[in-house]
Design a protein around this ligand. Structure first.
Ligand code: MEV
Length: 318
């Protein structure tokens, strides 16, 4: 069999994280500067399937993987879907530049890349279609994230900007005026499952307050879609700033994220917010050609471990 490769991007949530778990809309975009890369190549007859997880510097056999090992979970699902009773004799190598537990969808991207590369390997170079990949990756997300909304696997499996509402068909839309975001990494690794679980406990304790907060965030995501479709980038900053304030009230920010948001805005960004599960991970700040360098410097001075700049709106599929 011929070796196969597949990649999957990272993602940032522009608006609506956490509230999306409770049925409100959210907007997310792929970030192609970071990605997971999976390669599947033949191994000696009878060798079984072996994983090489480059970032974790680990090599282990599927047969010896823990039951909840995420790489093993996606492989098992692909095999069941393709009605294979045994794994191929192959080496599956995974290399990812997406920070783990950094709010950029690392888990969903690794699963997506593996599902594509392995299904192509088993199917004469033809991977499973995006809908099936999305579904299989969501099954694995559910094992590891408790109650995921499905937004991470959706934006990553389809590799396109999404306006996502749980249980509804995915929607995408055009962004006629591209804009830049600075993505600053706090360096704090914070598993989404914990933040999502804490929000659930808080919602159970104070349902009316949390429903109001989720409604406000949902309205921001809706308004942001209209602004993006109109090309009214000038309206986004305020919406992002307000979304961050609401995420603080929900209890998923942290002093490091707040310091980055303040520093970015003081340096000229029209608005900044945490992105993803929060409590660490990444902050996104709206920037433009005039302030991008100042905002980057300010973010690094305020403690960001790294800052990348990404463009949203170029080449989005409508
Ligand atoms: C994580 O990227 C986004 C959250 O809203 C969780 C989810 O939607 O599953 C925090």
């Amino acid at each position: 069999m011929k070796p196969t490769f597949a990649t999957a991007p990272g993602k940032v949530i522009l608006f609506g994280e956490h509230a999306v778990v409770y049925g409100r809309p959210a907007i997310a975009v792929p970030v192609t500067q970071v990605r997971a890369l999976a390669r599947v190549e033949p191994a000696a007859r009878g060798a079984g399937l072996t994983f090489v997880a480059v970032n974790l510097e680990r090599r282990y056999a599927l047969a010896e993987a823990r039951r909840d090992d995420p790489l093993a979970e996606i492989v098992r699902r692909v095999l069941v879907h393709l009605k294979r009773t045994r794994a191929p004799d192959a080496v599956v190598t995974l290399d990812s530049s997406i920070p783990i537990a950094g709010g950029m969808g690392s888990g969903a991207a690794c699963s997506t890349a593996i599902a594509r590369a392995l299904s192509a390997y088993l199917n004469r170079g033809r991977p499973l279609d995006d809908d099936t990949i999305n579904d299989l990756v969501y099954q694995v997300e559910k094992l590891h994230h408790g109650t995921p909304s499905g937004i991470d696997n959706t934006v990553i499996a389809y590799n396109r900007l999404v306006y996502f509402k749980r249980g509804e068909l995915i929607q995408t839309f055009n962004v006629p005026a591209p804009f830049q975001l600075a993505v600053a990494d706090t360096g704090i690794r914070s598993p989404t499952k914990i933040a999502v679980g804490d929000v659930r406990k808080a919602w159970e304790a104070e349902p009316a307050r949390y429903e109001r907060l989720f409604d406000s965030i949902g309205t921001l995501a809706h308004d942001a879609r209209l602004a993006l479709e109109e090309g009214a980038v000038d309206k986004l900053g305020w919406l992002m700033h307000t979304n961050h304030v609401l995420l603080r009230q929900i209890g998923v920010s942290c002093p490091e994220l707040d310091a980055l948001a303040e520093a970015a805005e003081a340096a000229g960004s029209a608005g900044a917010k945490l992105s993803g599960g929060g409590r660490g991970g990444n902050l996104i700040a709206l920037v433009n050609a005039a302030n991008v360098d100042l905002v980057k410097e300010a973010l690094l001075r305020a403690g960001a471990k790294s800052v990348m700049v990404t463009m949203v709106g170029e080449g989005e599929r409508g």
